[in-house]
Write a protein that binds this ligand. Structure first.
Ligand code: KG4
Ligand code: ZN
Length: 340
């Protein structure tokens, strides 16, 4: 098996990005993502529009991924797709396509959990990026999830902490909305924060016991703070945008770091990997990198293109499942909500 060349076509369509990738074993040959800009004007993802856009994008995106990889569909060993969690209408587009293609080509079909994929993206073979060794802690932070996961093996994972309300991505996006920034606001908060003073404003952090998180209170605190300031000075946001963004980002980073420090203390595991769209945040990436020298941890930060939703991460799970012969029949169902 080690010398065998396995080609996996991976499809990701859980939310608002239509993505396809081709992997040869654990190496990415192509990784194509079509973002759906239609949602920007609505200030959030509109599920019905997402499904329709997936329908339009899926054939060209898969075609582009195969062409870029220089792999024909006849060479494919298996097709991997996101089974869940995600928006049902969006998931159905990717899963139906994957099923039909696997049946037509008579090759195995592999169902992948989106959150496991964010974690296992670290096992993509990339120059300059180390792969974590087991056990490690994974902090998965996205628009839909905020979890601390203990990872003992590729498929032996346990959620040891998670959000009790909003996900951290929502905290970024909702704060950005309060500041009048367009959706998705996370990357914009990050951009403005780079020019600002993170200690300019102080927001109260939630007091949630154990390893769980809460972000809804922060959003409310930011809303009241901004309303009060704007009442006194209508130009407050414009005049202080960088400082506000830097302070919000700093508070979110502190909330995440407090919990991850506690998780390291409780488990004794000093290897920390991050995944999910919010791990694209430059402040979070820097803080975690600095934690190596500061706390003696080993931290793993994925290549930028494997942090936000992508199909390469679905492909790496597909490859591992291919090695385990963990295949599905076409009767496999999509699951909007699914644990590991
Ligand atoms: O993993 P992802 O692409 O999709 C979900 O599965 O949710 O994550 C999207 C989330 C959005 O909330 C977006 O604002 C946030 O990731 N995000 C960021 C940054 N880039 C993306 N948040 C903060 N800073 C960033 N640079
Ligand atoms: Zn995601």
């Amino acid at each position: 098996m080690p010398n065998e060349r396995i080609f996996i076509l991976a499809i990701e369509s859980s939310c608002d990005d239509t993505a396809a990738a081709v992997l040869q074993n654990d190496k990415v040959l192509s990784n194509v993502v079509a973002n759906q800009l239609i949602h920007n004007q609505y200030g959030g993802v509109v599920p019905e529009l997402a499904s329709r856009a997936h329908q339009q994008n899926i054939v060209p995106v898969i075609d582009a991924a195969l062409k870029k990889a220089n792999v024909t569909k006849e060479q494919l060993s298996a097709i991997a797709f996101t089974q869940g969690p995600g928006l049902m209408g969006s998931l159905l587009v990717g899963s139906s396509f994957a099923k039909s293609m696997a049946i037509a080509l008579q090759i195995p079909l592999i169902a992948v959990n989106h959150m496991q994929a964010h974690i296992l993206a670290h096992f993509i073979d990339e120059e300059g990026f180390d792969k974590p060794t087991f056990p490690f802690l994974a902090l998965t932070i996205s628009g839909g999830h905020t979890q601390i996961v203990r990872v003992d093996d590729y498929f032996a994972m346990e959620i040891i902490g998670e959000t009790t309300d909003d996900a951290v991505g929502e905290a970024f996006d909702k704060s950005a909305k309060i500041l009048g920034l367009p959706y998705p606001g996370g990357p914009l908060v990050d951009k403005f924060a780079q020019e600002g003073n993170p200690n300019a404003f102080v927001f109260t952090k939630p007091k949630i016991p154990g390893l769980d998180f809460s972000f809804s209170g922060l959003k409310t605190a930011i809303l009241y703070f901004i309303q009060k300031q704007v009442a006194a000075n209508p130009n407050f946001i414009e005049e202080n945008k960088a400082d506000i963004c830097a302070s919000i980002q700093q508070t979110i980073i502190e909330i995440l770091m407090d919990k991850i420090k506690l998780a390291v203390e409780e488990t004794g595991i000093k290897q920390v990997a991050i995944g999910g769209g919010v791990s694209a945040n430059s402040g979070i990436r820097k803080t975690l990198k600095d934690a190596e020298a500061k706390y003696g941890w080993k931290t793993y930060i994925p290549k930028f293109e494997y942090t936000t939703d992508n199909a390469a991460m679905i492909g790496i799970v597909g490859y591992q499942k291919y090695l385990n012969k963990s295949f599905e029949t076409a009767a496999v169902i999509s699951k909007a909500r699914t644990q590991f």
